[in-house]
Design a protein around this ligand. Structure first.
Ligand SMILES: NC(=O)c1ccc[n+]([C@@H]2O[C@H](COP(=O)([O-])OP(=O)(O)OC[C@H]3O[C@@H](n4cnc5c(N)ncnc54)[C@H](OP(=O)(O)O)[C@@H]3O)[C@@H](O)[C@H]2O)c1
Length: 297
């Protein structure tokens, strides 16, 4: 799996198509999407156009997609991936993840929250079948706690090879990272820049990672941007990163974070910023038996 990818949460339509096309032109080779992002047909269109004009082949790009929380039942999970593949215009995904361990009946804004009784262990058996039939080249999970990871790992059949979790300088996730390293599970850090556009309500934002004084100071010292420092830090910890941007300068800036190194001193200073801040709290799932109140996930 490439170490830097293009995140696509909250990106759709023209903005997605032009920014993704530019990202692929620059050399991004990992695309992170999900059924629930409602943008897989747009991504499929970009891939189709680039392949048609001979600019790339399917095997040149690594696509991660995710089974929605509304599709945790076995048959629904299989349908969910089939729809993703159809929209993406491909016969396989490079990585298929269970998006989150809690099932929901619907996610319409304003509607009553209703949990689905389906359990992620059922979804996992669906993913194992999809792996065996080749439509998922690798399988894994996202937003899982250590306990939930162990449950999957201890089940029969192919093990998970990928965990995607919120991880950045304010949220080190050391226990999960150590567990994944010990079990050969690749880690992707989502919200690597602290997801400055999420949640939309600024009053909920505890700390702004991109303007943290320590990050800004290190960035000045090494003649890089704060975003480049944050991305490099995670890559140096052995994780893939999937920053999202719809802005060409920032798409390039993020991609240019690959070919240099943070000194040990600077790296250690950033390690000390870990303070457990989670930007993605998924509060509307509170009360679900698999909801993580305040644990690593
Ligand atoms: N598995 C999950 O549950 C889950 C949850 C969340 C996210 N994800 C994945 O992870 C990806 C990244 O997370 P995210 O999009 O939430 O957060 P993020 O990548 O940490 O931050 C994206 C935000 O940062 C801005 N930005 C991007 N590059 C920048 C730069 N160089 N300097 C300053 N600002 C910059 C973007 O604005 P502009 O677009 O205006 O540049 C955007 O508002 C998602 O797109 C998605 O693919 C997965």
């Amino acid at each position: 799996m490439p170490t830097i990818g293009f995140g696509t949460f909250l990106l759709q339509g023209d903005a997605l198509r032009s920014s993704l096309d530019y990202a692929l032109f620059l050399g991004y080779r990992l695309i992170d999407t999900a059924y629930s992002y409602s943008n897989e047909a747009d991504i499929g269109q970009v891939l189709k156009d680039r392949m048609k004009s001979g600019k790339m082949k399917r095997k040149d790009v690594f696509i991660t997609t995710k089974i929605a929380k509304t599709h945790l039942k076995r048959a629904a999970a299989i349908r969910c991936l089939q729809k993703s593949l159809q929209d993406l215009g491909t016969s396989y995904a490079d990585s298929v993840l269970i998006h989150s361990p809690w099932g929901m009946v619907n996610t319409d804004p304003g509607s009553d929250v209703q949990f689905d009784s389906a359990h992620f262990t059922e979804t996992w058996t669906a993913l194992q079948s999809l792996f065996q039939d080749g439509s998922a080249r690798s399988i894994g999970v996202s937003n899982f706690t250590l306990k939930q990871m162990k449950r999957i790992l201890n089940s029969d059949g192919p093990p998970p090879s990928h965990l995607q979790m919120e991880c950045h300088a304010y949220l080190a996730q050391n226990k999960l990272k150590t567990f994944c390293d010990a079990n050969n599970i690749a880690v992707t850090a989502y919200a690597p820049l602290g997801a400055p556009a999420y949640p939309v309500d600024e009053s909920e934002r505890e700390k702004r990672l991109l303007s943290d004084p320590c990050i800004v100071e290190i960035a000045k010292r090494v003649h890089k941007s704060p975003a480049q420092v944050l991305l490099k830090f995670l890559m140096q910890r052995g994780m893939a990163v999937v920053p999202k941007s719809k802005n060409r300068d920032r798409i390039k800036e993020n991609f240019d974070s690959t070919n240099w190194k943070l000194s040990n001193d600077n790296f250690d200073m950033i390690l000390k910023l870990d303070c457990g801040v989670k930007y993605f709290k998924f509060t509307n799932r509170k009360g679900h038996p698999e909801y993580f109140p305040d644990k690593d996930f």
